[in-house]
Design a protein around this ligand. Structure first.
Ligand code: PEP
Ligand code: MG
Length: 757
């Protein structure tokens, strides 16, 4: 084997690279010089740089040793040959006899058949693949660990050069370096709306500018000191009282602690410094490898651990750079689209809503808390976009389609203009709905329909006036508990309930008592591991077992409604007895307030949510006790079909617009008529015009919808001849041939009668 470091080893190479990077020469000349220097330094006969292009192929951009004529001519398809393999695996490939490797492919124009040994390393930046750097030798040679390390360090310098955009001038149109390529990802649609704007990273990435060390010993010392500080700070966080109480947060910190003491990680960092990088550049290099692995990791658990390691590296970088060199929270651009791995609802509320056009989350599902807030704020949101925060750069153009769940990063020009049209179209439609705001919802044949809205946070309240809703049909009180970092105090609860009643200004408001547990986790309450949380210890079950929480809430509600109307309902009631016990708690609180001379609500209506199928067979018993029923179709439908509403694989498998569900709903309406008690529906079902039309035809006259749906549903009501709809739906419910969805038939009815759905 040739003497390693014949030309002075990696540190000398790095220093010389720094000089070349600063020279005022063309990009091609710079690359040509770089490959010559690397080849000489590594005592290799060949050194080549391949750059990943927008079309996914790898183009030879410079070479020392292979035929010069092949530069910009040799192009490998994704995954083709050894170079393609390095790119797809994002791992170094070290082969003493390259030609015997099954992936070897021979490109005659390069003249590379005479070379036996091959070392290829990925050119990565923040874990994103930019190209491949290769050295080759005639002899059968195994490159040492140090040499692999040195080549990876060199690749980092190349990554900076590619990322700077300098090479674009060398590319043919359509074959530009992939570094800024458009990215289109299909994720989950979480909050409706279209957002066009520019990327703002929730956690700005730290990019290290000073790559090359002047004094390696000094850099090692800096690294060691920062790691010590990091470890100590994790210990402090773990001792924090809130963390001691357990939960997910603690698990993450424990993982941090484990990684911070991991010898393998430390070893990698030190090795990278030894090749001549500054301590921060070494962290970035190791982090980049972690990110590249993360992006290729299929196992969600392992990916989560790599995320932890990535976070830890970020902390270490911050430690090394000190506050002065860290990215600051920039002023929001006019059209900001936030990109985050995940974030808390409180963090979202910190941004100026007026500038936010969209939100992209790597995680995030329809029921995550931040999504609930995003919806309330009317911010187009998509989730389940893997690696969004790593691939997006601040300022990048981006489109968020909250209708379809798509994210377009750095979109081609044509796409941007077609989306602008879509936005305008939606705005025109919104303007039409706004015109309906003060019109009562009356069908063509004179039936008055109450359109209430669903709410849960202070930010929802302006929607009452904006949409012209007839009131609030479902106030999800747990949202206040879910977005808070500690249990809301009695006074805070009272303040919110008062604010809600004030904002409603005499319009009816139905408060639902705490529906927590299951998947609605409170960060500050110890959660119980359950096999099936949706079927578990949640809502009224939890409230009856831990009555103190419910009693404090009831007291707050009764207090807030002093001298006014109060409407209460209990979630997830499965048997009439649970309702009796809940009413007893209300009685106790009334007694308490009376005894202390407090003013009571003027009227009190206590209702039950119908969301557990058992109630469908206990309607008489429940209607004798309750003042009203409100169908929670989200849960009722999930339990009727035994299909998890939060599981994308099954949540759309069955259609609520099918005979079994509609029959069940009709039973509830009919029972309400018999007992002369109002029946409403407050699940998402009412928020879609076609579904709402079916509900009216079943006999519902009061629906509670998400605020954005009031306009479209009201337009449907105004265009509907309800008697006709009833005439169409009734026979369908008794048609034994209709075993699945009747959506198409209802759609045909709407089309025929010009009902806007
Ligand atoms: C429902 O289940 O339909 C409902 C309105 O309650 P939530 O969506 O809050 O579970
Ligand atoms: Mg529910």
């Amino acid at each position: 084997m040739a003497a390693r470091g014949a030309m002075g080893g990696p540190r000398v190479l790095l220093r010389r690279l720094r000089e070349v990077m600063a020279e005022r020469v063309s990009a091609q000349e710079r690359l040509d010089k770089i490959v010559v220097m690397i080849a000489a330094n590594m005592v290799a006969e060949v050194c080549s740089v391949y750059v990943l292009r927008v079309d996914g192929s790898l183009e030879l951009y410079a070479t020392e040793g292979l035929s010069r004529a092949a530069v910009h001519m040799t192009v490998l398809r994704a995954g083709e040959g050894l170079v393609g393999l390095v790119a797809s695996e994002a791992q170094p490939l070290n082969l003493p006899d390259a030609q015997s490797h099954p992936a070897f492919s021979y490109k005659p124009e390069t003249g590379e058949e005479i070379y036996h040994s091959f070392l290829g390393v990925p050119v990565l930046r923040a874990g994103i693949m930019l190209g491949v750097l290769v050295v080759q030798n005639r002899a059968h040679r195994t490159y040492s660990e140090e040499e692999i390390e040195a080549l990876q360090t060199t690749a980092m310098v190349l990554a900076e050069m590619i990322a700077s955009g300098e090479l674009s001038a060398l590319a043919r149109p359509g074959a530009e370096p992939a570094v800024r390529r458009p990215v289109h990802v299909q994720g989950a649609a979480l909050a409706d709306g279209i957002g066009l704007g520019h990327v703002v990273l929730y956690e700005p990435r730290v990019f290290v500018k000073n790559l090359i060390a002047d004094d390696v010993q000094n850099e090692l010392k800096r690294l060691d000191q920062s790691v010590d500080t990091l470890r100590a700070s994790i210990d402090v966080m773990l001792d924090d009282e809130n963390v001691l109480r357990g939960g997910e947060h603690r698990d993450v910190l424990e993982a941090y602690r484990m990684f911070a003491h991991d010898r393998g990680w430390m070893h990698k960092l030190r090795e990278a410094v030894m090749t001549g990088l500054t301590a921060e550049a070494a962290v970035e290099r190791v982090q980049s490898d972690t990110r590249a692995r993360m992006q290729r990791m299929v196992d969600p658990y392992l990916r989560e651990r790599l995320h932890d390691l990535d976070d830890l590296a970020n902390r270490l970088l911050r430690e090394l750079l000190g506050p002065d060199q860290l990215p600051t929270k920039s002023v929001l651009p006019e059209n900001a689209v936030l990109v985050a791995r995940n974030m808390s609802p409180a963090a979202l509320l910190d941004y100026d809503r007026a500038h936010l056009r969209g939100l992209v989350l790597e995680e995030g599902t329809a029921t995550s808390h931040v999504v609930i807030v995003a919806k309330a704020l009317g911010i187009a949101t998509v989730g389940q976009i893997e690696n969004a925060a790593s691939i997006a750069d601040p300022g990048d153009a981006i489109i968020v389609d909250g209708e379809t769940g798509e994210m377009h990063l750095r979109p081609p020009a044509g796409l941007e203009s077609s989306y602008s049209e879509k936005v305008q179209l939606r705005a025109r439609r919104q303007a039409q709905y706004a015109e309906l705001r003060d019109k009562p919802a009356i069908t063509k044949d004179g039936q008055r329909v109450q359109l209430l809205m669903n709410a849960g946070l202070l930010v929802d309240l302006p929607h009452i006036a904006q949409t012209g809703a007839d009131g609030i049909g479902l106030f999800r009180t747990e949202l206040q508990f879910m977005v808070a970092s500690t249990l809301p105090r009695t006074s805070e609860q009272l303040r919110l309930y008062r604010a809600v009643l004030d904002a409603a200004n005499g319009k009816p408001v139905t408060f639902r008592t705490l529906d927590v547990g299951g998947d609605k986790v409170l960060p500050y309450m110890r959660s119980v591991e359950e096999e099936n949380p949706a079927l578990g210890w949640r809502a009224i079950r939890l409230s009856l077992d831990r009555p103190a929480l419910l009693r404090i809430q009831l007291r707050g509600l009764l207090h807030a409604a002093a001298g006014r109307e109060l409407r209460l309902m209990f979630p997830m009631v499965a048997v009439a007895d649970e309702f009796d016990r809940s009413k007893e708690l209300v009685e106790q609180e009334l007694t308490h307030l009376r005894r202390h001379g407090h003013k009571l609500p003027e009227t009190l209506h206590i209702g039950v949510m119908v969301e557990v199928p058992s109630l469908l067979f206990a309607l008489d018993e429940i209607l004798q006790r309750a003042d009203f029923l409100s169908v929670g179709s989200n849960d009722l439908v999930q339990f009727m079909f035994a299909a998890d509403r939060g599981n994308a694989r099954v949540s759309n498998r069955f259609d609520a617009l099918s005979v079994p569900v509609l029959r069940a709903l009709k039973t509830v309406v009919e029972a309400g008529k018999v007992h002369k008690k109002p029946i409403t529906l407050c699940g998402e079902l009412a928020s879609k015009p076609l579904e709402a039309m079916a509900l009216l035809a079943l006999g519902f006259r009061t629906l509670s919808l998400s605020p954005a749906a009031i306009g479209p549903v009201k337009a449907m009501v105004l265009g509907l001849d309800l008697a006709e709809a009833e005439k169409t739906l009734d026979p369908l419910l008794n048609d034994g041939a209709l075993t699945a969805s009747i959506r198409t038939l209802l759609g045909e009815f709407a089309a025929k009668h010009g009902v806007p759905v």
